[in-house]
Design a protein around this ligand. Structure first.
Ligand SMILES: [Zn+2]
Length: 436
């Protein structure tokens, strides 16, 4: 066992944050040999119980759960920051040509390493990510994630129509490949598979039906897709699937809405769509930097809360502009505030942080597994330096309460504030690597 003494941030079941100014985090082997959190709380209360355990003292630092990115495209790591006239031109001009390069396994492996480095540098320890339509793009990411001991969820994109040569897949083969990848990777170490229709307009009815059949056959596998991102896309989806009540309902009609189904964006919803999310247990991956970058619209937080469906935060790189969770949380605050196209509300700093950690874990059905510093959770955590830059240090020093402290980090923080990252109990980046 090993323990860390520092300030400690965690979350209660109701989503409110818990903060210990002088905390202790005890990490040790769990029942399956994986490193878990054995205790987390005040140093004074816990120190005597763990008297023989070596303690790394981190004065001035803050321990927090590793961030969870609910929606990202690892093959678009190099597409970040590509200028375009909105979603559909951005796909055609940048994304599809770039993804075509992933037919080369070695190229996919190289990008996977850069992607994982970038996630960890930013304190993200779990992500739900798209790969490309090429099956070995999944192998490349899973192999790299497995070597690093990461809890990572990914899937091969399904897109058998309205897609150019180089990324379009074959209906029958794409479903055989998906099932083979589920069997190869789902449940291996900390890896999980996600059935991944790109979005309804890129999939034939036969492909969506096959995806729904696999979702029923493998109920603990995840599902990920996009929905209701922009109005042009919605019009197109409804032209292609005239029998469905709404864009979201297309997925329901093909058996693709259930627990562990994560839909990116979910912007242009009515209350029937919101109720469908709630009633099926599906969750929204809110992607604010992407939505602002592509001008897609503003996620309606008031509507999500009023009807009550699961949601959490995502970078959506390469449509999103940053891997950094602080930037994503700040963008979510802007999106929440916007009050011209929907009700504007102020998201609390605690809620923003929850959406990127324990709330995101709940959306994935992984509460109590990742996203929190609570006994039994896997030991993925970060060491935050509230003094990483001069203005951040000044603001956090003068913070009068937890909300002021967290909001200073959200507004002023970036990768420099992520001093160290621990994966499976081992500090893997930053100075002072220490074993658990
Ligand atoms: Zn996306």
């Amino acid at each position: 066992m090993h323990a860390y003494r520092a300030a400690l941030l965690s979350f209660a079941d109701d989503g409110s944050a818990r903060y210990e100014q002088d905390g202790l985090l005890v990490v040790g082997p769990g029942s399956d040999g994986r490193k878990v959190i054995r205790a987390a709380g005040s140093y004074q209360a816990l120190a005597a119980n763990y008297a023989g355990v070596q303690v790394t003292h981190l004065p001035g630092k803050m321990l927090a759960p590793g961030f969870i990115d609910l929606h990202v495209h690892f093959p678009q790591t190099d597409v970040i920051g590509s200028p375009s006239e909105g979603l559909l031109p951005w796909l055609e001009d940048y994304t599809f040509p770039h993804e075509a390069r992933f037919s080369d396994h070695a190229y996919a492996t190289g990008v996977a390493q850069v992607f994982l480095d970038e996630l960890l540098r930013n304190g993200v320890t779990t992500a739900l990510t798209f790969c490309t339509s090429h099956p070995h793009s999944v192998d490349a990411l899973m192999e790299a994630s497995q070597r690093r001991g990461l809890r990572m969820i990914a899937g091969k994109v399904l897109q058998d129509r309205h897609s150019p040569d180089g990324v379009r897949d074959d209906t029958r083969q794409s479903l055989l490949d998906t099932e083979a990848l589920i069997r190869r990777w789902h449940g291996q170490d900390r890896l999980g598979y996600a059935i991944t229709p790109r979005f309804a307009p890129s999939c034939s009815e036969e492909q969506l039906r096959g995806a729904g059949d696999l979702a029923a056959q493998y109920p603990d596998v995840w599902i990920q897709s996009h929905v209701a991102e922009n109005k042009e896309e919605i019009r197109w989806a409804l032209e292609l699937f005239p029998a469905s009540r709404s864009y979201l309902a297309i997925y329901q009609d093909f058996g693709l809405m259930r627990d562990r189904a994560i839909y990116a964006h979910c912007i242009h919803f009515d209350d029937e769509d919101r109720a469908l999310m709630r009633d099926t247990g599906a969750a929204a991956a809110v992607s604010p930097t992407s939505n602002l970058f592509l001008g897609s619209g503003f996620f309606d937080y008031e509507g999500a809360r009023r009807v009550g469906f699961r949601h959490g935060l995502a970078s959506d790189v390469g449509g999103g502009t940053s891997f950094c969770p602080f930037h994503t949380m700040l963008a979510a605050y802007y999106v929440g505030r916007e009050g011209q196209t929907k009700p504007g509300i102020s998201l609390s700093p605690q809620n923003l942080w929850w959406q990127h950690t324990a709330g995101a874990a709940q959306a994935l059905g992984l509460e109590g597994v990742v996203g929190n510093l609570a006994p039994g959770c896997e030991a993925d955590f970060i060491v935050i330096d509230p003094h990483a830059t001069p203005l951040l240090s000044r603001k956090t020093t003068h913070a009068r309460d937890l909300d002021e402290l967290l909001f200073s980090l959200i507004v002023l923080g970036d990768d420099r504030a992520v001093a160290q990252v621990a994966v499976d109990g081992v500090i893997t980046s930053g100075p002072g690597r220490a074993p658990a």
